[in-house]
Design a protein around this ligand. Structure first.
Ligand SMILES: Nc1nc2c(ncn2[C@@H]2O[C@H](COP(=O)(O)OP(=O)(O)OP(=O)(O)O)[C@@H](O)[C@H]2O)c(=O)[nH]1
Ligand SMILES: [Mg+2]
Length: 452
């Protein structure tokens, strides 16, 4: 499908840069570009996938010397005629080039409109569109690599295979219905049962979003502890920079502070938090404590920092209460200030660390541990960055298939079995966008920026 209007927008971030790229896509892309571009040949006459050097004018005013990359429909990102104009960067030139194209009949693109056209023209399915968004917004190289694999269609293929096998089973079940009087069986029911089991299992395995969320947003670590335990000192030491204020006054950190380090290609977001104490009456500090809890709640790993100079068991009641509050979370104990501790220190083990955040002892082993945990919690993700939309559709699919399975076991009529399988097929189609839901489409494309 080729839409009537031709859209244009800056595809690179605005600002001072070596180059900027302006995209022009639509039926009249060559016609419009040729009104501004003067090279050896008109762009309308050159072959697809070629690049041309020339001068770019707004009427008779020379704006820049540019390169024009030409892509003819349907062999372009959008599936439409496309020209990508590479001009010099900076705030002025790209703006003037865009304005000149608008003056010649192009329309300014909406956010995500290029990708939306790619979807409408069948160049990308919905999982690939989502991969584009993840690729642009990725915060870690591992997440970006998974998104790249999703972009070339890994996930879409898995869904297609599931859909195809369900479609063929459904066709056979419905065919059997036509011959219901004749006691003919086209589908081996035991085989169908095991097939449904397999697909339900695949849906369950696929639908855990934890690992994908870590790759998309980063692995979150919360530093918790009583005031003055040395959380901010440890935070700075892990980041290797002076980021958070350190002082001997209890209650120094009131708001939470976050920063990112990258370990093994995974973004690790560390949160320094307000010290947790039960007896505070200061309303600001109490608000900080409430914030700390909401952060710990969303953390993938929690470190409880204990001031070892006050004793090995000084923070035990805090550790116990956090373990009660977050029973499913990994919580480690960090004994800090070994340099001034009087009690003998044991060796660092898997969950218990002995460090001096001030002097830097033991920090390397904490980092190693973080890297190990973050890496192993994302290992299962291969070629899909699952999001909530996929997860909820996969859960719907499991429910439909489980109902179909039950009907089959109860030897109910094929009609019922087929109906639930059809619902599951439709939900699989929603994942890839074959079954359209306008509202979902709008939500997905609203996350894109202009020019993409
Ligand atoms: N000797 C020694 N002192 C430390 C160490 N870590 C932190 N301190 C000191 O302990 C005091 C408190 O450190 P902070 O890092 O501000 O402690 P905090 O847990 O962030 O404190 P609040 O923000 O008030 O909750 C400061 O005087 C630090 O210099 C350490 O490993 N050894
Ligand atoms: Mg602090």
């Amino acid at each position: 499908m080729i839409t009537d209007d031709t859209i244009c927008a800056l595809a690179t971030p605005p600002g001072v840069s070596g180059l900027a790229v302006i995209r022009l896509s639509g039926n009249d892309a060559f016609l419009i570009a040729d009104k501004c571009f003067r090279g050896k040949k008109a762009l309308a006459d050159v072959a697809s996938h070629t690049i041309h050097y020339g001068k770019f004018y707004d009427n008779d005013e020379l704006l820049d010397t540019v390169t024009s990359s030409v892509f003819r429909a349907p062999h372009s990102y959008t599936g439409e005629n496309t020209v990508e104009i590479g001009c010099h960067g900076g705030f002025v030139v790209s703006d003037e080039v865009t304005t000149a194209l608008l003056r010649q009949g192009a329309r300014y693109a909406d956010p995500g409109e290029f990708t939306r056209r790619a979807f409408i023209n069948g160049k990308l399915d919905l999982t690939q569109v989502e991969a584009v968004a993840d690729l642009i917004h990725s915060v870690s190289s591992r997440g970006s690599h998974v998104a790249a694999r999703q972009l070339i269609g890994g996930f879409a293929k898995t869904i297609q295979i599931l859909r195809q096998s369900l479609l063929s089973v459904c066709a056979l079940l419905e065919l059997e219905l036509d011959f219901s009087g004749e006691d003919i069986e086209f589908v081996d029911k035991n085989h169908l049962l095991s097939m449904l089991d397999e697909i339900i299992l695949t849906c369950h395995q696929l639908s855990d979003t934890t690992a994908s969320t870590i790759l998309r947003n980063g692995f979150q670590i919360g530093l918790a502890g009583y005031p003055n335990a040395g959380k901010s000192t440890l935070f700075n030491s892990l980041l290797n920079k002076h980021r958070s204020i350190v002082s001997p006054i209890a209650g120094t950190t009131r708001d939470y502070i976050q920063d990112i380090i990258t370990l093994n290609g995974i973004a690790i977001t560390i949160y320094d938090t307000a010290g947790l104490r039960n007896d505070s009456k200061d309303s600001i500090e109490l608000e900080g404590i409430a914030l700390t809890h909401s952060l710990l709640d969303s953390s993938n790993l929690i470190f409880v920092i204990n001031d070892l100079s006050l004793g090995e068991h000084y923070s035990h009641s805090l550790l116990n209460s956090l373990q009660d509050l977050y029973p499913h979370k990994k919580i480690c104990l960090v004994h800090n200030k070994v340099d001034i501790a009087t009690s003998p220190t044991s060796n660092t083990t898997n969950d218990v660390f002995y460090v001096s955040a001030l002097e830097g002892n033991g920090i390397a082993s904490i980092k190693q541990y973080i890297e190990y945990i973050a890496t192993s919690s994302t290992e299962r993700v291969s070629d899909v960055l699952l999001n909530q939309r996929h997860a909820s559709l996969l859960s719907d699919i499991s429910i439909y298939l489980s109902t179909a399975r039950l009907s089959l076991e109860k030897r109910m009529s094929n009609e019922f079995v087929a109906l639930d399988i059809r619902h599951a097929i439709s939900k699989l189609g929603e994942i890839t966008g074959e079954v359209l839901n306008e509202e979902i489409l709008n939500t997905i494309f609203s996350q894109f920026c202009i020019g993409k």
